[in-house]
Ligand binder design. Structure first.
Ligand code: NDP
Ligand code: MG
Length: 379
């Protein structure tokens, strides 16, 4: 029986993780849950799974939940609450399904506590990949990918030697606006942007898919997870999202991982690894699909992806700035404050204003993150 702590239990990845738990009640037990502001959903989850600890974003939300929690469930809140959910229970594995670099302190605390990390929260690796990976190595903690592309790569690399990897190709569906030209992007609405053709996900990552920032974050995530150079990471448009990513080896052999687009497969693989178990998902029928399509990535169409490669190559504080500026730009777009193309403009402006510097401590990451957010909120 594996004990799970789940950060972001009310979100897209969080609820799908609980679906996997429901499917394997003999394999998993939920011992801690955290949510942001969806109090009713969290209370319902707490009464169903009876965890030792739950957490909400603020004290006020925690006070609202408290009278409705089952006996034996303690409630915490805020950043400290997230850290407690990640590190203070007897969980074996922490699923980081919270959105944004706000997940960083809790992820570090989980690593310090020796928990295996099932990582969905890619922003944490983008903002502080070098520090997270170093700490995980020091503590002998595994970071298992939940992101579908990274789970695919992880599966392709199973049993292979790192030196034999030539390139890693991340596939990209192209997002909500893949069939529009840049000129057609000027007036797109929030509602249109939230309508992803293949995946049902949280709002922020859906916008990130439309701008291709998501693939940019994933390129940096892949660099840290698989210790490859940026020259070895490729991106290919594949509208059907059937090939989740692939690895090319030095002998030109290519190993890919395929499946229907359903996050419950990579979520469960992170939980069962190195084992496999049946999932409550549909099997892949390639004959029924008939054709798969591929297009070269167009970096002029998706400049935010080019910028991600640039920031990744610059390293140090540059990815922190890219991520934080994007989080603010996306929330401004979702609030109706700016137009879709302003997201890319803001990203570029904040990165241009930044003087890249070393970030050797979490506090330094925090400082850069706050600076980038404050600039992105104004430009
Ligand atoms: P959602 O927006 O659906 O969920 C985010 C979760 O974080 C919710 O449970 C939310 O709680 C919680 N949260 C928000 N604000 C706070 C806060 N201040 N304090 C504590 N918790 C908070 O996001 P997704 O599930 O889509 O994505 C989560 C992560 O997984 C992201 O990093 C994303 O990039 C990554 N990912 C997602 C994929 C997907 O298919 N969705 C695929 C691959 C990666 P509440 O709703 O209660 O406010
Ligand atoms: Mg992905």
């Amino acid at each position: 029986m594996k004990k799970i702590a789940l950060l972001g239990s009310t979100g897209s990845i969080g609820t799908q993780t609980l679906d996997i738990v429901d499917h394997h009640p003999d394999l998993y037990r939920v011992v801690a849950l955290s949510a942001g502001s969806r109090v009713d959903e969290l209370v319902e989850q707490a009464n169903k799974y009876r965890p030792a600890l739950v957490s909400l974003a603020t004290k006020e939300l925690a006070d609202r939940a408290a009278p409705h929690l089952p006996p034996g469930t303690r409630v915490a809140y805020g950043e400290q609450g997230l850290i407690e959910v990640a590190a203070s229970t007897d969980a074996d594995i922490v699923v980081t399904a919270i959105m944004g670099s706000r997940g960083l302190p809790a992820t570090m605390a989980a690593i310090d506590a020796g928990k295996t990390i099932a990582l969905a929260n890619k922003e944490t690796l983008v903002t502080a990949g070098h520090l997270v990976m170093k700490r995980a190595k020091e503590r002998g903690v595994s970071i298992l990918p939940v992101d579908s592309e990274h789970s695919a790569i992880f599966q392709c690399l199973n049993g292979e030697r790192a030196q034999t990897v030539k390139t890693i190709t991340l596939t990209a569906s192209g997002g909500s606006f893949r069939d529009r030209t840049r000129d057609e992007l000027a007036s797109v609405t929030v509602e249109q942007a939230l309508n992803h053709p293949n995946w049902s996900m949280g709002a922020k990552i859906t916008i990130d898919s439309a701008t291709m920032v998501n693939k940019g974050l994933e390129v940096i995530e892949a660099k840290w997870l698989y210790d490859v150079d940026y020259d070895q990471i490729k991106v290919l448009i594949h509208p059907e999202s059937i090939i989740h990513s692939y690895v090319e080896f030095v002998d030109n052999s290519v190993v890919a991982q395929l499946g229907l687009p359903d996050m419950r497969v990579p979520i469960q693989y992170a939980l069962t690894y190195p084992d496999r178990q049946p999932t409550p998902t549909e099997p892949l029928d390639l004959a029924a699909i008939g054709k798969l399509h591929f297009r070269e990535m167009d970096y002029d169409r998706y400049p935010a992806l080019r910028l991600a490669f640039q920031c990744g190559r610059l390293g140090q504080s540059a990815p922190t700035v890219y991520n934080a500026a994007n989080e603010i730009a996306v929330s401004r777009f979702l609030n109706g404050e700016i137009a879709f193309l302003d997201i890319e403009r803001i990203l570029q402006e904040v990165v241009d204003r930044h003087q890249v510097c070393a970030v050797d401590y979490i506090d330094a990451i925090d400082e850069i993150d706050r600076w980038a957010r404050s600039v992105a909120a104004k430009v």
